[in-house]
Design a protein around this ligand. Structure first.
Ligand SMILES: O=c1ccn([C@@H]2O[C@H](COP(=O)(O)O)[C@@H](O)[C@H]2O)c(=O)[nH]1
Length: 280
């Protein structure tokens, strides 16, 4: 089954577009997991237990795992999410020259991390993405128009053809989509660009980060993030929130209570699911 078929089935069975970002910043982990062998894994396991029924996907960001214990925590996390039937999109923003990028793409193999999809950076061009694109069953989300304030610095630059760079990336993604496994990353903080990119690639699903802590536009994320696909009963796309879900317990009225803390994450995921569904 291809990644987008798996994702469509998950979106349908959970009635959810929510990608739960697993970004376990060590400086924000609660006391309940401090003494665990792998605190990030202990944290993620509890977050997955609390949120999986509302999660179309989990999106760990590699930045929060890039040390020796981190890779173990990430491996455990991916296996546990799979055990709950939830696909995993590794946000690693990879790509490099040939031999290096072949190794990076190993994160999508069972002998590697076994992620179902990955984010990649198009800056080095097609050959840098080829090993990812060749894994027909895996999803490849190409950074197109990112959600950060500096996303416009390069991505909005006008090319000689008159189009902005992010629009060229969208058009190229369509060309690179020979295996029907390409998605695009377009931030919810750039709603006009979201609409423009959707015009260029009607059939490519988007990963839309930036709702929640970054204050992006949830309605635009749903309106433009979803793609109608011939192989799916539902429109396909993902809207991600990380800190707004996993650290929702910091706001809870009884912060010393583990059940309350993780329950708040489950409630936040459910609230986002409902909010997004109002715009479907
Ligand atoms: O354009 C982009 C691409 C990736 N991200 C990543 O998504 C999450 C967002 O986290 P929040 O806590 O919901 O703000 C994080 O992993 C980013 O690195 C993005 O925000 N924008």
């Amino acid at each position: 089954m291809s990644f987008f078929e798996t994702l469509a089935a998950r979106i349908e069975s959970t009635d959810s577009l929510v990608s739960v970002g697993l970004d376990p910043d060590p400086s924000r982990l609660p006391e309940f997991v401090a003494d665990a062998d792998l605190p990030r894994w202990a944290f993620n396991r509890r977050i997955i237990d609390a949120t999986h029924e509302h999660a179309a996907c989990y999106k760990p960001n590699a930045a929060f795992y890039e040390d020796a214990d981190g890779w173990r925590a990430l491996e455990e996390t991916i296996a546990y999410a799979h055990g709950k039937g939830v696909p995993v999109l590794l946000d690693a923003k990879r790509a490099d020259i040939g031999n290096t990028t072949r190794r990076y793409a190993g994160a999508l193999d069972d002998g590697g991390l076994g992620a179902d999809a990955i984010t990649v950076n198009p800056y080095l061009g097609r050959d840098s993405l080829q090993p990812f694109l060749d894994r027909e069953e895996s999803g490849v989300f190409v950074l197109c128009r990112t959600s950060n304030p500096g996303g416009s610095d390069l991505q909005d630059l006008e090319l000689a053809s008159g189009e902005p760079l992010y629009e060229r990336v969208a058009a190229l993604a369509d060309v690179w989509n020979g295996n029907d496994n390409v998605g695009l990353v377009v931030g919810a903080t750039a709603p006009e660009e979201l609409a423009e990119v959707r015009e260029i690639v009607p059939e490519i699903p988007f990963l839309v980060p930036g709702v929640g802590a970054q204050g992006g536009d949830a309605e635009a994320a749903v309106e433009h993030g979803l793609a109608e696909r011939p192989d799916a009963a539902v429109d396909v796309g993902l809207v991600n929130s990380s800190r707004g879900i996993i650290f929702a317990g910091e706001e809870s009225s009884r912060p010393g209570d583990e059940a309350t803390y993780f329950g708040a994450a489950g409630d936040a995921a459910k609230r986002l699911k409902k909010r997004l569904n109002r715009h479907r």
